[in-house]
Design a protein around this ligand. Structure first.
Ligand SMILES: [Ca+2]
Length: 74
């Protein structure tokens, strides 16, 4: 169970980092975002689903982490 928790936390940090980096690269101006949806245009073709489901992904990761922590403690 601890292994799963480590993987889930790693994924949450990784995804969070990617979302943060996307916003950061746009704000700092080294990624183009001409349609102003806060997704770097270079990523948009391949990773649009990853950004459009951001809330769902983080929501389910949060639930999975909470569930796994409860299992580890209990
Ligand atoms: Ca864009």
């Amino acid at each position: 169970m601890q292994d799963i928790l480590v993987v889930l936390v790693f994924l949450a940090v990784l995804f969070g980092g990617v979302y943060w980096y996307a916003g950061y690269s746009i704000r700092s101006g080294f990624a183009k975002d001409e349609n102003q949806n806060f997704i770097p245009d270079a990523w948009e073709d391949k990773f649009n689903w990853f950004f459009s489901s951001k809330v769902l992904i983080m929501f389910f990761l949060g639930i999975a982490i909470g569930y796994t922590i409860a299992k580890v403690i209990g």
